[in-house]
Design a protein around this ligand. Structure first.
Ligand SMILES: [Zn+2]
Length: 95
């Protein structure tokens, strides 16, 4: 796990945060606009661990306020596509 953080997770998060798009795309009612961290659309708890959650398309750079808002308002977040409750890809693969 340490190796995963050191070689994959941390560099990728740094890359996402430095990719120029410094404006938070979530735009929740509490949005502070500035990107400050990385949100997982399919949370690691539901994805089956951080390694599975860490993949392209599942990570979005957001402000801290939106990240918190998403956790507290899952209905809103699901409606706007910022939160998924299960892995659609794995569902398709396993059938
Ligand atoms: Zn925001």
């Amino acid at each position: 796990m340490d190796k995963f953080y050191k070689e994959v997770r941390i560099p990728e998060v740094k890359k996402i945060l430095s990719e120029g798009s410094s404006w938070c795309p979530v735009k929740s009612p509490v949005c502070t606009k500035y990107v400050q961290g990385v949100h997982e659309i399919l949370p690691r708890g539901r994805a089956g661990g951080i390694i599975k959650a860490h993949r392209k398309g599942n990570l979005v750079a957001t402000c801290h306020a939106c990240n918190g808002y998403i956790s507290e308002n899952s209905k809103w977040a699901t409606e706007y596509g910022w939160l998924k409750h299960y892995d659609y890809n794995e569902q398709v693969q396993s059938t």
